[in-house]
Design a binder for this molecule. Structure first.
Ligand code: DGY
Length: 332
């Protein structure tokens, strides 16, 4: 007898236990070989499928939706969902979901660690040591910027931004300033002594600027040459948000000219390609989009994406929908 389970595509590898759980409820076409799918391959593999478990590498846009009118749900295994055209999905009656909360603390740990590695020149000094260039102790050998007691400037004060602010204020005695679309309620600001400032003030006063805002066309190149010019020459910039928020070419030029002291980047415009100008300058720490990558957290993200997909396709209540109005509009 043919399977009556809803058919789905899991676009990239997921933990085996999560795949097994998906298979209990759904007919799964998997990609445990983990080869990234081109747009054409994604579309071909989606033929006849009503669901997709996607990562940030798969783009779900109006063209894909038009080619697959049978699609009913896309579960993104990420909190950010700039790869999804949510308006087009809503118009097409396709439920979108993401994986908030389960990654907040892990991602904040990494953001803080990357900021510290950048300020204290950890990657640069390790490369120097490995290259056999360490001959003597010197008072200023890889002397970097102070972290404790300095000004932590956060652009994008959502869940992850606030978790980074907590680490800075409560763990390292940092003065926290932030800029966000909207100001936090006093109950959230007061325990951190966080001060809401305009973007120019944030850039001017930052000792360590950390970017945690979502990507949208409006946030493209939020940090470019003009913004970098406002920063202190001793300041650092850390980007764990999305590529495209920073103009990587302008940043490379600013780092090379020591317009700012250093940068830590986990995300890149056009990743996995990295702007070549960033690759040969010493004062930048580069990591391959791993801010949420602890084993426990990536497993929790995959499990939550699976829960969302299973619920959306079997009449349940998806835990973290992005466009829940789609469900409300479905016949009971
Ligand atoms: C997210 O969840 O948005 C991360 O960037 C993906 O790893």
């Amino acid at each position: 007898m043919p399977s009556r389970k809803p058919a789905v595509l899991v676009a990239r590898a997921v933990p085996d236990a999560v795949l097994q759980r998906l298979r209990e409820h759904l007919e799964v076409d998997d990609n445990q070989a983990d080869e990234p799918l081109s747009a054409a391959e994604l579309s071909a593999r989606l033929a006849g499928k009503v669901g997709l478990l996607a990562t940030t590498g798969e783009r779900v846009d109006a063209a894909l939706l038009a080619a697959h009118p049978q699609l009913r749900a896309v579960a993104n295994m990420a909190v950010g969902y700039n790869n999804l055209d949510v308006a087009a999905m809503t118009a097409a009656g396709v439920l979108a979901s993401n994986t908030p909360d389960v990654l907040t603390e892990t991602t904040a740990d990494f953001g803080f660690a990357l900021m510290m590695a950048t300020a204290r020149r950890i990657a640069e000094s390790e490369h120097f040591l490995r290259a056999g260039r360490w001959r003597k102790w010197s008072w200023d050998l890889f002397a970097g910027a102070e972290v404790h007691g300095s000004t932590l400037a956060i652009l994008g004060m959502g869940r992850i931004g606030q978790a980074i602010a907590r680490r800075g204020a409560l763990g390292f005695g940092m003065r926290v300033i932030y800029h966000n679309r909207s100001r936090l309620p006093a109950a959230d600001e007061v325990p951190l002594k966080a001060r809401y400032v305009d973007k120019a003030t944030l850039l001017r006063e930052a000792d360590h600027l950390v970017l945690v805002l979502p990507y949208a066309p409006e946030s493209h190149h939020t940090i470019g040459a003009a913004e970098l010019a406002l920063m202190k020459p001793t300041a650092t910039l850390t980007n764990i948000a999305r590529g495209g928020i920073v103009d990587d070419a302008a940043l490379a030029a600013a780092l090379r000219a020591r317009r700012i002291a250093a940068a830590g980047l986990d995300v890149f415009e056009g990743e996995p390609a990295v702007h070549p100008d960033l690759l040969d300058i010493p004062n930048v720490v580069l990591t391959p989009h791993i801010a949420s990558a602890s084993v426990a957290t990536r497993t929790a993200m995959a499990a939550l994406a699976a829960d969302n997909l299973i619920a959306a396709l079997t009449g349940g209540k998806p835990p973290t929908p992005i466009n829940p109005e789609v469900l409300a509009a479905r016949p009971a």
